[in-house]
Ligand binder design. Sequence first.
Ligand code: ATP
Ligand code: MG
Length: 203
Amino acid sequence: MTQSSEARNARHKRAMQRKKAHVDERIANATIDKGLIVVLTGNGKGKSSSAFGMLARSVGHGLRCGVVQFIKGQWECGEQLLFQDHPLVSFHVMNTGFTWETQDREADIAAAESTWQQAEKLLQDNAVNVVLLDELTYMLTYGYLDASRVLDCLRNRPEGQHVIITGRNASQALMELADTVSEVQDTKHAFNAGIKVQPGIDY
Ligand code: ATP
Ligand code: MG
């Protein structure tokens, strides 16, 4: 080994030791154990797929999960096909299509209300460890659900229960209540280049 590569390796080792000390200290300081609210918002692709990634992790750990999807897409999504009959997952899907397809505000409000009742049951159930409320934010931005009722229900859920919420334009109040918020940025999307939706990647 040349002298300069020896010096470089030694510098690297010192830098890694400092980094490890810093990371170890931060891990030692994180002592609180609690149920989290995770909000995934923004215009980029990756919100629901990240949420279902956490659901897969949770199921892997044997946790009991509930899913409520507030917008039913045109295609049967892979996450539903995978999880709907899973013994650890209770899966509910709103029984109408996209709002620009139904074009009926009264029917949308009724569907939002009955779908929210499924969510409420999960958010009151001590035995449910993880609740995923996919595309919930649209019900709030369209005013289909009362925001304060939703926030109260989230606040009063069983201690230790995790909630994952997805959808664009999450409200300030929801983001303040959350413990973790990620905004996915839209840098580029294949659909805008005329590419068809792809099973596995898009649904
Ligand atoms: P995904 O389910 O892929 O994680 P998402 O939950 O972040 O996406 P949604 O707004 O729920 O995004 O849209 C779901 C569908 O729309 C997916 O098929 C996704 O690929 C597509 N999509 C998401 N973001 C964009 C975008 N910025 N431009 C075009 N299509 C998008
Ligand atoms: Mg989504």
